[in-house]
Design a binder for this molecule. Structure first.
Ligand code: C2E
Ligand code: MG
Ligand code: MG
Length: 758
């Protein structure tokens, strides 16, 4: 008795626990399982009463509850089985419920008919009385019905089993077997006619098993199969380890990576242990590493992710490692990075990469090491490209690149930052100017034309302040190059602080010229030219820039700059046109007795067709060519003499008067005079300046004037500032004067006012 009771108590507790767990589960089937388990408690409770109470009536009623309870279990099992197997037979299900209901009613009528059972009183050892069930005919009907229903349920599971994949069969097989087990158990307990109802134990056992397999059980087999499929086709390597780093599993990719034969689990274990040791990690925490393997087919890069696995209590269970082959990606990234940081043609660093590297170098360099920022620039590289072709230009650039590499050595930072512009950061002590120039002369020539003088200018900024941004250092080195300008001999220039402001000024002048011309900032000033009697015959037109910030600027501040970059031609054409407008106005006012003389820069001959320009202007404004005097300087005769002589001839033939400006200030004024067909000589003011030997200057001046008289060329002397000067110049035979003594350059309005040009 006590053994039986203990079994009932334990199983009941377990059933109660299962009911509780069902309420926590979110599986759909758990609700039905809970009903099965709950109704299971009705016959269990009834049975407990039967086993413990000795009152006949109570036991009689308990049996009714017991039998109805078993019916309810059957009803719940029908619902459960259909739901578990995903079947839906509503008619059959309802019929079954009706049959069960009828059976319950029949059981309830037993007190009237006694067709189900009677109680039989028995005594144990003659003193303790107990009751056993004396089955009536209907009891067998009831058992038969139960048996049929259970068999029906077994049939449901059997068909379901046949219809499902092998992998899912276990799911139905297990529950089917539970039912078979229950039937057998039931038979045994009914026919052994033991004093205690054993079938209850069977019911509860089955209930617990149903709970377990329906709610708790995981389909490990299927999970395992799926998992295998995933990892077999996984492009990454996967290794699973137990807590002692024995390899539990590795996928085919792993075998390939580590060059391991399938089944050799020793190698991955050693690999893992070596891995943990190499990176000095405990293996108890996750980590991520970049791993390089050198295999027969080359170097491979992997990203390895290590993850330890713990149970709920935090006990280390093992670990898994996923390794991703990143070789191709890294190669691509490296290539892209190379392209982004290197110049394709020369293979040197590109501009931004140079800035970074140079900054890094200077940061790392010892503070007392002196550094130079050097820049180089090929003179007229565009011309080389145009004349000899791009390939020739490219070959030259490559030569410069290898020359820099050779001279600087592999450890320095150097780059090509633009077309023909190279930069180099070099410790000062490693720079040897003679050597650099000598090697440049040897190497830098054009195969197409070895005679062509390739000139590579080098600008150097000695880094005195390392905090200046690298681009500014490069700018300074390049400013030094600009200072070489047209010097044909100089190859190397060192940056000086003044260069900075002068270059900035140059940029400002060049950049604002167009706006200055269009907005009326560029204005003609007129300086009178007078005869011996002081009568104004005409004037020289001198440019002035009425600058909004700088005030009134004389040409000395900007003419040189514009001459160097060729913009002078724009300014001159503008000035000539302004002059023609004045002449036109004067003509209309009846003052075409006055002439104006304009300055022509030697550079104008490069950029303009001088003859056509002047011809066009006098035609356009309908002015007399003789009223437009043209001042040229002897320096125009340095190159293309023939062409320029022709231009001058043509202009003179058309009636323009050509003056030789600044005569006597150049190198070969006298020599030039021999060939130059000019109408007037403008003697430079140097002869009037205070010199160590004023007498000598005067003798020369006198001889020039005499010579001019012999050549029958009239003379104007510039820079006349005193009455005395006027006196001796007149005595010498000078017929025209220009200078502050008579008038300073003044605005058009003032000039017109002063000279009564109405
Ligand atoms: P330049 O053609 O020899 O002009 C004469 C310069 O001598 C003018 O200087 C004038 O102001 C200055 N001057 C005249 N009389 C005296 C004097 O008595 N004492 C002193 N100390 N100086 C005197 P400015 O206007 O500064 O022009 C300088 C130079 O700029 C000109 O020399 C000319 O070569 C150039 N220039 C002026 N305007 C133009 C222009 O429109 N186009 C071009 N290409 N050059 C121009
Ligand atoms: Mg002049
Ligand atoms: Mg002059």
């Amino acid at each position: 008795m006590s053994g039986y009771l203990a079994a009932v108590i334990i199983l009941t507790t377990l059933v109660l626990y299962c009911i509780y767990r069902c309420t926590k589960s979110n599986k759909e089937i758990a609700g039905t399982v809970r009903i099965v388990l709950t109704v299971l408690l009705i016959p269990v409770a009834a049975n407990a009463v039967i086993a413990t109470v000795d009152n006949r009536t109570v036991i009689y009623i308990a049996y009714i509850f017991y039998l109805i309870g078993t019916n309810l279990i059957l009803g719940a099992l029908i619902r459960y089985s259909l739901q578990y197997c995903d079947y839906d037979y509503p008619v059959a299900e309802r019929i079954a419920y009706l049959v069960i209901l009828a059976d319950c009613i029949s059981v309830c009528l037993n007190p009237v008919f006694g067709h189900v059972y009677e109680l039989e009183q028995k005594s144990l050892n003659g003193d303790s009385i107990y009751y056993t069930l004396d089955s009536g005919w209907y009891h067998y009907v009831h058992l038969g019905l139960s048996f049929i229903i259970i068999m029906g349920l077994i049939a449901i599971f059997t068909t379901r089993m046949h219809r499902s994949s092998k992998l899912y069969m276990e799911r139905y097989l297990v529950i089917g077997l539970v039912f078979v087990f229950d039937v057998i158990w039931e038979f045994i307990s009914v026919f052994t006619k033991s004093r205690y109802n054993m079938s209850m134990l069977g019911f509860m056992g089955c209930g617990i098993l149903i709970y377990f397999f329906s709610v708790r059980y995981h389909m490990f087999l299927i999970t395992h199969q799926m998992f295998n499929k995933v990892f077999e086709n996984f492009s990454n390597a996967a290794f699973f380890y137990d807590d002692k780093y024995n390899c539990l599993y590795m996928n085919p990719t792993s075998c390939k990576i580590l060059d391991i034969k399938k089944g050799d689990l020793e190698k991955p274990k050693n690999f893992m242990l070596g891995f943990l040791k190499e990176y000095n990690v405990s293996g108890r925490e996750e980590f991520f590493k970049r791993q390089v393997f050198v295999r027969e087919d080359g170097e491979h890069v992997f990203w390895a992710e290590y993850k330890p696995v713990y149970d709920k209590r935090g006990i280390f269970l093992g670990a898994f490692v996923i390794m991703q082959d990143r070789t191709e990606e890294e190669k691509k990234i490296a290539e892209e990075r190379y392209l982004a940081t290197h110049d394709e043609l020369t293979g040197l660093l590109s501009m931004n990469a140079f800035y970074d590297v140079a900054e890094e170098r200077l940061k790392m360099a010892a503070p007392d090491t002196e550094y130079l920022m050097m820049a180089s620039n090929i003179r007229e590289f565009k011309l080389i490209n145009d004349v000899f072709g791009r390939d020739a230009g490219d070959r030259l650039l490559k030569k410069i690149a290898s020359l820099i590499t050779e001279l600087a050595g592999p450890d320095q930072a150097y780059a090509r930052i633009a077309a023909d512009k190279f930069v180099l950061l070099l410790p000062k002590k490693e720079f040897n100017e003679e050597n650099v120039l000598a090697r440049s002369r040897e190497v830098l020539f054009l195969e197409e034309n070895p005679e062509y003088p390739v000139v590579n200018h080098i600008g150097i900024y000695e880094i005195t302040d390392r905090n200046i941004p690298i681009p500014s250092m490069v700018d300074r080195a390049r400013m030094a190059i600009s200072s070489i300008k047209n010097n044909l001999v100089q190859r190397v220039a060192w940056y000086e602080d003044e260069m900075r402001s002068s270059i900035l000024w140059e940029q400002k002048v060049t950049g604002s010229l167009d706006e200055a011309m269009s907005s009326g900032q560029i204005v003609p000033y007129l300086q009178a030219q007078v005869d011996v009697n002081g009568k104004v015959e005409g004037a020289e037109v001198l440019v002035r820039w009425q600058h909004p910030e700088e005030g009134l600027m004389a040409p000395g501040r900007f003419i040189d700059i514009l001459e160097q970059n060729g913009r002078i031609a724009n300014l001159d054409v503008f000035m000539w046109e302004e002059t023609c407008k004045i002449l036109k106005k004067w003509k209309e006012l009846g003052r075409d007795d006055l002439y104006l003389s304009v300055n022509i820069s030697p550079k104008d001959f490069y950029f303009l067709d001088i003859y056509e320009t002047f011809r066009g202007l006098v035609d356009k404004y309908d002015v007399e060519p003789k009223n437009l005097r043209l001042e040229i300087t002897e320096s125009i005769m340095m190159t293309d003499i023939e062409m320029k002589l022709q231009v001058i001839d043509k202009l003179r033939k058309d009636g323009f008067i050509v003056e030789m400006d600044d005569f006597g200030s150049g190198y070969s004024s006298l020599n030039l005079l021999k060939d130059m067909p000019v109408d007037i000589l403008k003697i430079d003011m140097v002869f009037l300046r205070k010199t160590r030997d004023t007498e000598r200057a005067r003798i020369i001046l006198q001889q020039i004037i005499k010579m001019a008289q012999k050549l029958i060329i009239p003379v104007i002397t510039e820079g006349v500032e005193t009455e005395e000067q006027v006196g001796f110049l007149t005595d010498m035979g000078c017929e025209m004067f220009q200078g502050y003594y008579f008038a300073k350059p003044i605005s058009l309005e003032e000039f017109e006012k002063k000279n009564n040009v109405a």
